[in-house]
Ligand binder design. Structure first.
Ligand code: SF4
Length: 450
């Protein structure tokens, strides 16, 4: 990931803002580049201690399905080009085994959200996804009707009206459609074979199928995307009236198709597109929840992300899955360069009863505080931070908050700290101020040839 200076202390927010520097979208802290190799025995021991601390809190499940029709050129998620769909049954069996390994640890805790992500979980037949949900129900003794969000990531060209209807029938209540753009050339430029009409059809079908929440994901900064075509995308999306719209800045990562091609992005252009998304979506009634998410009040949202950013446990299951716990952020085996072998290794781990975790970051109290601030900074409950971390954030980082308020990036009250309108725009710059020196160093030294 792109660091903004040599060290966190050298980050000059004022200069970065005036030079229109764009920061990478930060959705987790510490970023994965800060993880170390961790063996299964150590991971298990840290997880057990961590879960003791949160045993009375709700928990969230993230299940990763690493199969895709193609690898999109911007994407660095763990995905394997689909060769053989006969793997699906075996993969679900392995997920069931991994769930089993967690059942004694978290069984009985209320499950607040379940997210079937990927990859492209919607490639799996409805029966297989139903098996996964029933597996969760049985393994963790949970009534799926009590789970607030049961979400599925959907690629537009993997569903039709019938399949969406059936998915709704098995208990999925939120679908996330990765549209990215409403312009055919831009959709094809990321490596997809379908055009906007096909994607639009699946969004309309999803809305008509009766899901409580439908989310459309967009990306701004795609190669060749002009301001005009971005406005056209926003207008077409607004016309669909989905309860949730997420507009993400393109992040260029080594190892992706765009990264290898040397695609570049202009900060000035990106901030202009951010403002357009914000203004267009707010003008038609969406509420801005974060710097990337816009929701119809009372209907839209992304509950698992809200829970993650609020510090709840997210248990990640599946090949390449990430989990975020009180004391450990972890990742099951993953590789962008050896995609298939990482999947094979996961299947072997599950067959042989081994822990599939390969890397992680153990969080001490200081890193936990930083994580809470970085992920919660958009609207932080100051008293809750004191209760959970034993320190007032302003006392912990007085210089940073002085700077943020003097630049009108944050408003600090007795109860809350919130980013201002300008602070939201520059949020991905601001949060790097809170990175620890250790995390910074690890990111700098990260080997992208993994
Ligand atoms: S963007 Fe989605 S469909 Fe494309 S490779 Fe990544 S996970 Fe797969």
């Amino acid at each position: 990931m792109k660091l903004l200076a040599d060290s966190p202390q050298d980050v000059d927010i004022r200069a970065l803002m005036s030079s229109d520097t764009q920061g990478d979208y930060i959705y987790m802290y510490p970023p994965r580049q800060a993880y170390s190799t961790i063996d299964g025995r150590t991971a298990t021991s840290v997880i057990d201690k961590s879960l003791e601390h949160t045993q009375h809190d709700p928990v969230n499940l993230y299940l990763h399905f690493p199969f895709c029709k193609q690898i999109c050129k911007f994407c660095n998620l763990y995905a394997v080009p689909l060769g053989d769909d006969s793997l699906f049954d075996a993969y679900v069996t392995m997920l069931e085994r991994e769930m089993q390994s967690w059942s004694a640890r978290i069984g009985g805790r209320p499950i607040d959200t379940v997210y079937l992500g990927g990859g492209t979980p919607s490639l799996l037949p409805v029966d297989a996804l139903d098996r996964v949900l029933r597996g969760i129900e049985k393994t963790f003794s949970v009534d799926m009707d009590s789970v607030a969000e049961v979400a599925l990531e959907v690629a537009p060209d993997t569903v039709d009206a019938r399949k969406l209807h059936d998915l709704q029938g098995i208990g999925i209540n939120r679908v996330n459609l990765g549209l990215q753009s409403a312009t055919d050339e831009e959709i094809r430029s990321i490596g997809r074979r379908h055009g906007f009409d096909r994607a639009q059809r699946s969004i309309v079908d999803a809305l008509e199928a009766g899901f409580g929440n439908v989310c459309i994901d967009l990306i701004y900064g795609l190669p060749g995307q002009s301001v005009e075509s971005w406005i056209a995308t926003l207008e077409k999306v607004v016309a669909l009236s989905a309860p949730t719209v997420c507009a993400y800045p393109l992040t260029l990562r080594p190892g992706t198709g765009f990264g290898r091609r040397g695609v570049s992005i202009e900060g000035h252009d990106q901030y202009r597109k951010y403002e357009l998304a914000r203004d267009v979506l707010r003008s038609v009634g969406y509420e801005q929840e974060t710097h990337v998410r816009y929701v119809v009040a009372g209907v839209g949202g992304y509950r698992q992300k809200v829970n993650h950013w609020a510090g709840q446990d997210i248990v990640g299951l599946g090949a390449g899955a990430r989990g975020y716990l009180h004391r450990l952020d972890y990742r099951n085996g993953y590789s962008l360069r050896r995609r298939k072998s990482a999947l094979v290794t996961y299947m072997e781990d599950m067959t042989d009863g081994r822990c599939p975790i390969r890397s992680g970051f153990e969080l001490d109290p200081d890193e936990r505080l930083r994580k809470a601030l970085i992920l919660g900074l958009l609207n932080l409950d100051r008293r809750r931070v004191v209760t959970h971390h034993g320190v007032d954030p302003v006392d912990a980082f007085p210089g940073i908050f002085d700077e943020l308020t003097s630049l009108d990036l944050a408003q600090v009250d007795d109860d809350r700290i919130a980013l201002t309108e300008a602070g939201r725009k520059f949020r991905d710059l601001v949060v790097q101020l809170f990175f620890s020196s250790d995390v910074w160093k690890r990111i700098k030294e990260f080997d992208y040839s993994e």
